[in-house]
Write a protein that binds this ligand. Structure first.
Ligand code: ACO
Length: 323
């Protein structure tokens, strides 16, 4: 028998304010047409003043708990993937723990930028597999609007705010790839590429800083590394892309999403796409897409799902799970 991490709840939260591409035409030398055709993004949500990553994470987590029918104190651990925590410390995860009213267990953040959610899922799965936790909330939450340089048209039109959460539960299983739950993961990073995508502030500068990105360089790495990590994770579960029901990719750019699907030999009707409505919400994009697809009835129990992401570091990875 194997202890599998099975998804028993999914939830998401998007801030109320929706900003259409056309709004940027008023302040920047850009067009709706450029943003749409280069990225696939049509609109994004921005957090209200005072609305933070932990607030959004808590709302997404509560929705996941509600779907599963559990209370916060039924959870053993909270893992929050974020690069935009409310404060340098304590972790956003401990803030979520307090806001949920959870008085036991443990909580910590994972920081792998846009790959954060696959890193968090992989770590949560290890906690469950090793018997250290039976139920883990895995959350991706970001307020990238706080680290945008609003004069840099090459970055500020691409990102959005939001949060998504999954509740994982340890479930005794056969140990075959027909089991529900997380079947395989693959994580990678290569710090030599740190200058392609970073925030130019932090403890060393005494400022929060702004996101800086050599978008076309990141793009060049993305398709190849994403297809490769997805295929590696599938191989670890003794599966191939023919077995996949849904790819749920990091939602950064429709052209990267299409390129990766093509490289994996998968048609776009097996890919969950939300980038048009959310923009790039970094570590929140995959759990947001999973929760939206689950709510729409796209992803059904028993479906084989592959999530994959790449972001600053560079850091990238994939998770294969049966919903
Ligand atoms: N409006 C109009 N023109 C623009 C804009 C804009 N908003 N932004 C840039 N341009 C211009 C550039 O100045 C450039 O002009 P030039 O040729 O005169 O110099 C031209 O458009 C082309 O720029 P590129 O950067 O080559 O455009 P590209 O086709 O590569 O698209 C994009 C840019 C959308 C950023 C793309 O490269 C991309 O998606 N990259 C990957 C992003 C990503 O996946 N990041 C990883 C995750 S994010 C994370 O980890 C936080």
């Amino acid at each position: 028998m194997t202890r599998r991490s099975v998804v028993i709840g999914a939830g998401h939260y998007l801030p109320k304010r929706i900003v259409e591409n056309a709004e940027f035409e008023q302040t920047l030398d850009t067009t709706d047409e450029w943003i749409r055709s280069r990225s696939g993004i049509e609109r994004r949500h921005f957090a209200a003043e005072g609305e933070t990553t932990s607030h959004m994470a808590t709302k997404a987590a509560q929705a996941a708990l509600d779907m599963a029918g559990y209370a916060a104190d039924d959870v053993d651990a909270i893992v929050v993937a974020t690069s935009t925590p409310d404060l340098t410390f304590p972790s956003a995860a401990t803030m979520v723990q307090a806001q949920l009213g959870m008085t036991k267990g443990f909580a910590f953040d994972v920081q792998a930028v846009c790959a954060g959610f696959v890193y968090a899922l992989s770590n949560a799965n290890a906690l469950i597999a090793s018997g250290q936790a039976d139920r883990v909330l895995v959350i991706g939450a970001e307020t990238f609007s706080r680290i945008m340089d609003w004069e840099d048209r090459s970055t500020c039109v691409l990102f959005g705010d939001g949060a998504g959460a999954l509740l994982l539960e340890a479930t005794p299983s056969e140990g075959t790839n027909a089991d529900r739950g997380i079947l395989a993961t693959d994580l990678n990073s290569d710090g030599r590429h740190k200058d392609l995508l970073y925030v130019d502030g932090g403890v060393s500068t005494g400022t929060t800083g702004y996101l800086r990105m050599q978008g076309n360089q990141v793009f060049r790495h993305a398709v190849e590394k994403l297809a490769s990590t997805a295929n590696t994770a599938l191989g670890r579960a003794d599966l191939t892309s023919d077995d996949v029901d849904w790819i749920v990719p990091h939602q950064a750019n429709i052209r990267i999403i299409q390129g990766t699907a093509k490289k994996m030999g998968l048609p776009m009707d097996r890919v969950v796409v939300t980038v048009q409505d959310h923009g790039n919400t970094s570590a929140a994009s995959i759990p947001l897409a999973l929760s939206v697809a689950n709510a729409r009835g796209q992803i059904k129990q028993g479906d084989l799902v592959v999530t994959e992401a790449i972001g600053g570091g560079l850091a990238w990875g994939a998770v294969v799970l049966r919903w």
